[in-house]
Design a protein around this ligand. Structure first.
Ligand code: GDP
Ligand code: ZN
Length: 365
């Protein structure tokens, strides 16, 4: 666990406000009178949160009532704290409305979504020259990012290792639509200036990407010092054990906010189709001309998407990728439906048990 010196959050002492705070939040928070303060979750542990409040970092517990109604504070959340100076304790009692929400389909049979981080303006999808570079995986990440409501930017890291980085950038652009693609080298600190437009005071940026692409190295380069252990150090540290991965929010000296997302290996889609439609806008727009409105673009006659593939306008692998992700969405949404049904069943059972107890108590039939 962290120690809570302010030095852990570079730049924070310069900010006398909650990082990323804005007027909308101010007006949502104005409903709270009395012993309440606002803060932002810096990192979430099992039962407590590290929270940045104006000018300081504190630790707070989480209200049991909040957890019982299924609200889990996560990194990036703006929260309301009940401040109890007499006991020296602070409790998260509410979460202010989330502007954007990065989530993934939860593992396990229950389905549903797991929220990873919130209130992010821009998400850097980090990939690297070399074997990680995989257009299909990038399509998946784009879908997830679009679903979150944040703006995607693709970073091609380790450009120093590529013979021809420009060609790789072109390759990525072929699937990226309007999304900016930025080549850089976190290790040699070249190309980092191109990130400045996204790292503005009060703006929140998150990094996602497979392990090993250089996210920690990039964060360290942005801070110009070690704030996050890179793979080499992690390996030495834990001698083969899995490192515990805590998502954390960092403050740049200029007041920009960066959220690291270690440990997202294979990201599952959530259960919204919006992101898919944005990530594959070329396919969606070709589909306008399919003969059947419910065309699935598999083998229907008059399918404009298949036509576009035939004409070489849409790569076949891209259509396959679209089909695969669509299937996955259908699966996720079925899974969460089953989860909901089970919940509903449990609710009825609980109510029945309660009524039975009540009748026994009152002696009514
Ligand atoms: P993470 O798992 O995404 O956080 O990746 P790390 O930051 O731990 O980096 C993984 C490995 O890639 C380390 O050995 C880094 O030194 C190396 N690395 C990171 N960025 C670059 C880069 O721009 N160029 C080169 N050549 N290596 C890099
Ligand atoms: Zn079609």
């Amino acid at each position: 666990m962290n120690d809570h010196s302010e030095a852990e959050s570079p730049g924070h002492d310069r900010m006398k406000a909650v990082p990323g705070w804005n007027e909308e939040l101010e007006s949502a928070f104005s409903a709270y009178k009395g012993p309440y303060i606002a803060g932002r979750v810096e990192s979430r542990h099992k039962t407590v949160c590290d929270i940045l409040i104006p000018g300081a970092a504190v630790q707070a517990g989480i209200s049991g009532a909040l957890l019982r109604i299924g609200k889990q504070p996560v990194v990036g959340d703006f929260v309301v704290l009940l401040d109890q100076p007499e006991t020296g304790s602070r409790l998260v009692v509410n979460i202010l409305p989330r502007r954007t929400c990065l989530s993934r389909g939860a593992a396990g049979e229950g389905g549903g979504e797991q929220v990873l981080a919130t209130n992010i303006d821009t998400i850097f999808i980090v990939t690297a020259a070399g074997k990680d570079l995989n257009l299909r995986r990038l399509e998946r990440y784009l879908t997830v990012v679009y679903s979150s409501g944040a703006n995607p930017v693709i970073l091609l890291n380790k450009a120093d290792l590529a013979d021809n980085p420009a060609r790789l950038v072109e390759k990525i652009r072929s699937i990226a639509g309007d999304v900016p693609v930025i080549p850089l080298s976190a290790l040699s600190k070249t190309g980092l200036d191109a990130l400045n437009p996204y790292l503005k005071p009060g703006e929140t940026v998150a990094l996602i990407g497979s392990s090993g692409v250089g996210k920690s190295t990039l964060i360290n380069a942005l801070f110009d010092k070690t704030v996050q252990k890179t793979a080499d150090v992690r390996k030495d540290d834990d001698k083969g054990r899995h490192t515990t991965t805590v998502r954390q929010l960092f403050l740049l000296p200029n007041g920009a906010i960066v959220i690291d997302n270690p440990g997202i290996r294979e990201i599952q889609l959530g259960d919204s189709s919006e992101g898919l439609e944005k990530a594959f806008s070329d396919i969606i727009s070709a589909a306008q001309n399919c003969r059947f409105k419910d065309c699935t673009h598999h083998d229907e006659p008059g399918c404009a998407v298949l036509q576009a593939v035939e004409e070489g306008l849409i790569p076949e692998e891209r259509l396959e990728s679209y089909h695969r992700l669509t299937e996955e969405l259908v699966f996720q949404s079925k899974k969460s439906e089953i989860g909901l049904k089970r919940l509903e069943k449990e609710k009825h059972r609980d109510i029945a048990v309660t009524i039975k107890k009540y009748r026994k108590f009152t002696g009514k039939p």
